[in-house]
Design a protein around this ligand. Structure first.
Ligand code: SAM
Length: 277
């Protein structure tokens, strides 16, 4: 009996799982060894303890490009241009490097500037040219700087806009306190739900990235709904964890899509961008 016929004969017997075990073990061990190698390298080379930064894999960046193209209804080539624009923004990169090196939290930050899925936020702002962007959860201000950089480019093309970034932590946003990014950014300290209720201008683009509990995310989308301009776009950074924005989209008659990022050379499985429009 040849090897193939023998394998097929065994597959029909109760011995099949035992015979398959060594191959299955080898496959899962190869996968886990890769995760362990990546984790060990990260422990040795990175200082970050939360809100990790990394590059996206090439394929993940390509999927993000198409995601933005479909959501914003703009040609994919134009979105590629936006991604090239933020990747080539040397002034922003230099500013983040220098401000990080000076900051009180420099011991817990990496020097290399990596935007991960935030380049998708950049492209969405470039494509939709919002007059008022609201981000909940400022943290260091990395996302704020990326959003502000897109607003500055829009302004240079005749479409000015401002960013309001909200955080409970008064020390948040140290990256977003320098010109020219600070010129289009208002940092607001306080609980995001209360701060959203106090907004006095319509919101064209809203991004949830603060307290990622299900209830807080839901309260933010409920609070911002009466503040939205016609045709506003809603984003969540929490889409790999909750279905809050999808449910909100269904309740309010919007479309919904989700993108899941794949980090390059990182143990973290990545987050994503949920969008309702
Ligand atoms: C994931 S970080 C934000 C990351 C940031 N958007 C970026 O692009 O790097 C979450 C932030 O939300 C803030 N936060 C937590 N609960 C909040 C609340 N109830 N209201 C406002 N901000 C809150 C935290 O202080 C923290 O800085």
């Amino acid at each position: 009996m040849d090897a193939t016929r023998l394998r097929r004969a065994i597959a029909r017997t109760p011995l099949a799982p035992v015979a398959a075990f060594p191959g299955r073990l080898a496959r899962v061990a190869r996968y886990d060894a890769k995760v362990l190698r990546t984790s060990a390298r990260w422990l040795a080379t990175s200082r970050e303890h939360h809100n990790y930064t990394y590059e996206l894999t090439r394929l993940s960046r390509e999927h993000l490009t198409w995601f933005v193209s479909v959501v914003c209804d703009v040609p994919v080539a134009r979105v590629r241009g936006y991604l090239a624009e933020i990747a080539g923004d040397a002034a922003l990169r230099r500013h983040i490097e220098q401000a990080t090196a000076r900051s009180a939290r420099r011991g817990l930050a990496d020097r290399r500037v990596r935007y991960a899925r935030r380049v998708g936020w950049y492209a969405i702002v470039r494509a939709t040219r919002p007059a008022h962007v609201v981000e909940t959860g400022t943290d260091k201000g990395l996302g704020s700087c990326v959003l502000a950089a897109a607003l500055l480019r829009n302004a240079a093309e005749g479409h000015p806009g401002r960013l309001t970034s909200l955080d409970v932590n008064p020390e948040a946003g140290y990256l977003a306190r320098s010109a020219p990014w600070a010129d289009v950014t208002d940092l607001v300290v306080g609980d995001s739900v209360a701060a959203i209720a106090a907004l006095d201008r319509p919101v064209d683009l809203f991004l949830h990235d603060s307290d990622h509990s299900h209830d807080h995310e839901r309260r933010e989308f409920d609070a911002v709904e009466p503040k939205l301009a016609p045709g506003a776009v809603l984003l969540t950074d929490n889409v790999t964890t909750t279905g809050v924005l999808a449910e909100h989209a269904e309740r309010t008659g919007r479309r919904f899509l989700a993108y899941r990022e794949t980090p390059l050379d990182h143990w973290y499985p990545g987050d994503g961008i949920g969008v309702a429009w």
